[in-house]
Design a protein around this ligand. Structure first.
Ligand code: RET
Length: 260
């Protein structure tokens, strides 16, 4: 592979989109994650644990559909931007993925912290606002509009982070040491990984264009897989997902107990 092709990826479908390599790998990793979580959750009877499994399986499941559609070039559009010679290629299917999966990830955290419905509703509402305004920015026709929507979305993102680190964190403090430690690990993961999204967007093709579409697609794929499958892995191997009053079953989740 010549250096340029290596930088951008490899055009698997032969339709002039080198980023299909990363979209194909992304699809496979999301599918592997989905089936791994299904296999782990098979036969789990604890009611609370089953809630976490259902949410955590759906997240990479939804993403695998989004990645497969981007791989085949559905969920891709072009946008004319004032002052740019070439139309921008925008994979809008990401936003459909994020619109469903980011609320589900936040729901996992809210269930761990056991916050009330109003807090969950607000958190998810602001999160959806973040994704939708990001999408409007990606589809906007002038640089000023694009950066304005990015700012709007980033402010919404800061509110999400603020909620996680204040309301949810203090609610989690009322729960067992196991729950607190899992909650803290996962919030740290979210704070670091999610912060990379607005940065990548603004330096990538949607914003300043310092990073090209190939590298950007690769970076989003690594972030998406870690934020979904990595997150689910940490969550489901923790005993924190078993109800407060329920003792772990001796036969199920042998490695979950070994983690002790
Ligand atoms: C956008 C637009 C620009 C501003 C901001 C954004 C934030 C995106 C985030 C996405 C998280 C996605 C995850 C996916 C997979 O699990 C929409 C890029 C703030 C935070 C975690």
């Amino acid at each position: 592979m010549d250096p340029i092709a290596l930088q951008a990826g490899y055009d698997l479908l032969g339709d002039g989109r080198p980023e299909t390599l990363w979209l194909g790998i992304g699809t496979l990793l999301m599918l592997i994650g989905t089936f791994y979580f299904i296999a782990r959750g098979w036969g789990v009877t604890d009611k609370e644990a089953r809630e976490y499994y259902a949410i955590t399986i759906l997240v990479p499941g939804i993403a695998s559909a989004a990645y497969l559609s981007m791989f085949f070039g559905i969920g891709l559009t072009t946008v004319e931007v004032a002052g740019m010679a070439e139309p921008l290629e925008i994979y809008y299917a990401r936003y459909a993925d994020w619109l469903f999966t980011t609320p589900l990830l936040l729901l996992d955290l809210a269930l761990l912290a056991k916050v009330d419905r109003v807090t969950i509703g607000t958190l998810i509402g602001v999160d959806a606002l973040m994704i939708v305004t990001g999408l409007i920015g990606a589809l906007s026709h002038t640089p000023l509009a694009r950066y304005t929507w990015w700012l709007f979305s980033t402010i919404a993102f800061l509110f999400v982070l603020y909620y996680l680190l204040t309301s949810l964190r203090s609610a989690a403090k009322q729960r067992s040491a196991e729950v607190q430690s899992t909650f803290n690990t996962l919030t740290a993961l979210v704070a670091v990984l999610w912060t990379a999204y607005p940065i990548l967007w603004i330096v990538g093709t949607e914003g300043a264009g310092v990073v090209g579409l190939g590298i950007e697609t690769l970076a989003f794929m690594v972030l998406d897989v870690t934020a979904k499958v990595g997150f689910g892995f940490v969550l489901l191997r923790s005993r924190a997902i078993l109800g407060d009053t329920e003792a772990p079953e001796p036969s199920a989740g042998a490695d979950a107990q070994a983690a002790d």
